[in-house]
Design a protein around this ligand. Structure first.
Ligand code: TYM
Length: 333
């Protein structure tokens, strides 16, 4: 009889803060889709993480609904992937506390995201504690499920590295408990840059002009691409050091169209920047238009609750077992 090969496991999540961007789509969601047949996958909505900076309750609910609809519209199949909401599985918060007790102030305060997010806070005394403890909760999200890989964009890699450190520390203090996971970033598109400042990451909190939102009006997105910052010269060439703006647009077009960068360079040879941007805008708007249609039909179908309920049940089963092992090791049981 042929032996069944056990699939390797992957886990990742997205925070429902603000509206989802083309950076999230290219850097994370497209990766998830490409792996769902090959790996056992756990993909979640990191809604507890959304509370680390103040957010309106109504907005959080809407963002959560949009995010699960986007996961489904992009093609994540709940038959293959465990799709769930972090707050539905209380073990995340509980292991998050244990991870916080096993982490050091020094390592948490060295996290780039923490430094960036608090750099402009003038009142250092009122930095929310949640933003500081964030990586400990993220480590818990990951370690509960013993994944082999954590697919993320470049900006989250440091948090996965810290998760590895925390897992190794816990394992050596309390004996082998957690699998030490590896971050996985895609070769292309692991950092999509802002259209208005191609030296900076495209982000939910970055200037609106530089960010394409997945559910935004297509005319608005088209205008943003047409006014994207470009570079000196007139060649359509991939050269991130000297032509960050054009290189970013080529990356976006390549990730969405499936054409290689060199094919796009050839197809766009001799074009002016305006015509090239039109090509990119068409590719982006085509993709977003079909995504938006699917999102609307998923939101009308009423399947969201059922998907989340089933996902939470499956995730809880795994998380419960791991947490009770941890509680035994540390002496709580
Ligand atoms: P978040 O919600 O900020 O981003 C979700 C994913 O999108 C990627 N990403 C990008 N990739 C390429 N270019 C960009 N401009 C860009 N912007 C965002 C991020 O790298 C990420 O992969 N802490 C996480 C959520 C989280 C998590 C986890 C992820 C919580 N627990 C456990 C993995 C495993 C976050 O805030 O991602």
């Amino acid at each position: 009889m042929q032996e069944q090969v056990k699939k390797k496991r992957m886990l990742s999540g997205i925070k429902p803060t603000g509206r989802l961007t083309l950076g999230n789509y290219i850097g994370a969601i497209k990766q998830f889709i490409s792996y769902q047949d090959e790996y056992e996958m756990y993909i979640f909505i990191a809604d507890l993480h959304a509370l680390t900076l103040p957010i309106d309750a109504k907005e959080l609910r809407q963002n959560t609904k949009d995010l699960i609809s986007i996961y489904l519209a992009c093609g994540l199949d709940p038959e293959k992937v465990v799709l769930f909401k972090q707050s539905d599985v209380h073990e995340h918060a509980e292991l998050g506390y244990i991870m916080a007790c096993n982490s050091y102030m020094g390592e948490l305060s060295r996290m780039t995201q923490y430094k960036d997010k608090t750099a402009n806070m003038s009142e250092k005394d009122s930095i929310p504690t949640g933003i500081f403890l964030y990586p400990a909760l993220m480590a818990a999200d990951i370690l509960l499920y013993d994944p082999d890989y954590v697919p993320v964009g470049v900006d989250q890699k440091q948090h996965v590295e810290l998760t590895r450190d925390l897992a190794i520390r816990f394992n050596s203090r309390y004996s082998d408990t957690f699998k030490v996971p590896e971050p996985l970033t895609s070769k292309q598109g692991a950092k999509v840059f802002s259209l208005s400042n191609p030296e900076k990451k495209m982000s939910k909190s970055e200037s609106d002009k530089g960010t394409i939102y997945l559910l935004d009006d297509l005319n608005v997105s088209r205008k943003k691409i047409m006014s994207a910052v470009t570079d000196l010269g007139r060649d359509i060439k991939y050269d991130p050091a000297n032509k960050p703006g054009i290189s970013n647009l080529l990356t976006i077009a390549s990730c969405l169209s499936g054409k290689s960068i060199s094919t796009l360079e050839k197809e766009c040879e001799g074009m002016g920047y305006g015509d090239f941007k039109k090509v990119v805008a068409d590719i982006v708007c085509n993709e977003l238009s079909s995504l938006q249609t699917k999102v609307a039909s998923i939101q009308a179908s009423g399947i969201i609750e059922k998907v989340l309920e089933e996902g939470a049940m499956k995730a809880s089963y795994v998380a419960r077992k791991k947490l009770s092992k941890v509680y035994r090791k540390v002496g709580l049981r």
